[in-house]
Design a binder for this molecule. Structure first.
Ligand code: RM4
Ligand code: MN
Length: 381
């Protein structure tokens, strides 16, 4: 039953979505923003509380550095959530101006690798089974560094991290077309990420950040291909209009999100092995409602993709009925699934409208009053 499948969905929210963020032009501070990872987890717990499908929270290191990670994990459990993926960060240190694991200087490479291994220690301490690796590495000018040598250095670092992973742990390798490097990025596309993962083995998989492609890229094709090869580890969901905009998933192109979920389901990827993570920033909208809305958008796309009459689709496809096949897909997409999701929430003991329930709860007024003083968390750029 579709409702059972929707009930089992897990959507992971990112700790950094709850902190202040902005563009390189301005970060707009908001009221009630968390001052530390403990408060971020409390906010993330609100998203789970009203949606019922967001029980894990990704951390970003060093943004979420604490003295005692086991204690942070305990705090998460007390709030009703657990720690999800650990995201490494080797892009905000002066040493990394020319790269991290691909840097021409072996000393910088060693420092970057040490950070990645520290992140595995944090996985051990928090019980996280997933490490997410994104590198800002690349060059700005032709001739600046040797493309091939940088691939060798990247492969060496990835192999060392892979070696360190425990039996139940994996890493997800992320790619991104450009930015901050403008000429050449060391992991620019899924093919490069896939090739590195393939060499390493089953504990290395690719993560698809929906904002990291050239305009017009058929992301659902990438999803279908990676799933077929057993190499799709999960998603960093967000929306883009231009580049890596990090807007709310399903806001720019809900139809694309539906097409992605359709491939996930068809390819057998609708399991807890595929991590449905959000990677977003709420620069001008309130953060907790922004996350709740995003979770709902993923749920709606999933519900529509689950509604596709796959038997009817198979018949039309076999018969070469182009318009009929397209109609089967569009019938599902054009279904209003909001009543179904409302019912599901009620069956789960939740309010049918999570946005309204959160707004009514008084949580925002409370954090706005309580969280005065101290340093608001931000992404530190
Ligand atoms: C990158 C990438 C990573 C995220 C950072 C903040 O563009 O999407 O997943 O951790 O941004
Ligand atoms: Mn990402």
């Amino acid at each position: 039953m579709i409702k059972d499948q929707l009930r089992q969905q897990r959507i992971e929210t990112p700790s950094w979505a709850y902190g202040n963020s902005g563009t390189r032009f301005k970060v707009f501070a908001q009221q009630g923003v968390p001052r530390d990872p403990y408060e971020k987890l409390a906010d993330a717990a609100q998203v789970h509380r009203y949606t019922g499908v967001a029980p894990t929270v990704a951390l970003h290191i060093p943004w979420d550095r604490v003295d005692d990670y086991a204690d942070l994990a305990r705090h998460a459990t007390e709030q009703g959530v657990t720690i999800g993926a650990i995201n490494s960060n080797v892009f905000q240190d002066n040493d990394y101006m020319l790269g991290s694991v691909t840097h021409p200087d072996p000393e910088v490479r060693r420092k970057a690798l040490r950070h990645l291994l520290d992140c595995v220690d944090i996985m051990d301490a928090t019980g996280s089974d997933t490490l997410k690796l994104w590198f800002s590495d690349g060059t700005n000018y032709p001739g600046q560094d040797d493309i091939r040598a940088r691939q060798d250095r990247l492969a060496e670092a990835l192999a060392a991290v892979y070696e360190r992973l425990g039996e139940e742990q994996r890493f997800l390798l992320e790619y991104k077309l450009f930015e901050p490097a403008f000429y050449m990025t060391d992991l620019p596309d899924w093919g490069t990420a896939y090739a590195h993962c393939l060499k390493l083995g089953p504990k290395a998989q690719v993560v698809v950040d929906t904002g990291h492609h050239a305009p017009g890229t058929n992301i659902e094709f990438i999803v279908a291909f990676l799933l077929r090869e057993g190499k799709l580890g999960g998603f960093d969901f967000n929306s883009r209009f231009y580049a890596d905009d990090d807007l709310m998933v399903g806001a720019a192109d809900p139809f694309q999100l539906f097409r992605i979920m359709f491939e996930v389901i068809g390819g057998g990827g609708y399991t807890h092995e595929t991590a449905f993570m959000l990677d977003q920033c709420h620069n001008i909208e309130p953060k907790i409602p922004g996350q709740i809305r995003s979770v709902m958008n993923v749920q709606e796309a999933t519900a529509k993709a689950l509604l596709v009459d796959r038997d009817a689709l198979a018949v039309t496809q076999r018969e070469g009925d182009v318009l009929g096949a397209n109609a089967v897909l569009m019938d599902a997409y054009n279904t209003d699934v909001r009543p179904l999701l409302g019912e599901l929430r009620e069956e789960m003991g939740l309010a049918p409208d999570p946005m309204a329930a959160y707004a009514k709860s008084g949580y925002f007024e409370k954090i706005a009053a309580d969280r005065v003083g101290g340093n608001q968390a931000g992404w530190g750029a």
